[in-house]
Design a protein around this ligand. Structure first.
Ligand code: SF4
Length: 114
């Protein structure tokens, strides 16, 4: 039995995931916790939030995030790819700054206007 804290909402339910029983989840306060607990043991993913270099704006860096969670093991490669990105102002929230990052099928988007 694996113990986790659900990070889907601020309630932070303490989950128990039974690996020997098809990753059955206990302790979840809602169905989203069950889905999170099972995914965390079978295929963990995370939304990546960071900044990229920006030119032509008052601020030198633009905050960005992945538009959807990416496989956790791909995060170092995603960060390395974003290290080489330079965006030019004006930037709009939701603008794609790097499409299909590292072949994950997920775009990286800006999260503020610059
Ligand atoms: S199980 Fe549901 S209620 Fe509990 S922390 Fe996760 S999302 Fe929130």
């Amino acid at each position: 039995m694996k113990e986790l804290i659900c990070i889907v909402c601020p309630r932070g339910c303490h989950l128990q995931v039974d690996e020997a029983n098809g990753c059955a989840v206990f302790g979840n306060g809602c169905p989203r916790g069950a889905a999170y607990g099972k995914a965390e043991l079978t295929h963990p993913t995370r939304t990546v939030t960071t900044t990229v270099r920006c030119t032509g704006a008052r601020l030198p860096r633009c905050p960005v995030k992945t538009a959807a969670p990416v496989p956790r093991e791909s995060i170092p490669a995603v960060m390395a790819a974003l290290d080489g990105v330079l965006v030019r102002a004006p930037v709009k929230p939701g603008q794609v700054v790097l499409a299909d990052v590292c072949g994950t099928g997920v775009d990286v988007i800006a999260t503020r206007a610059l």
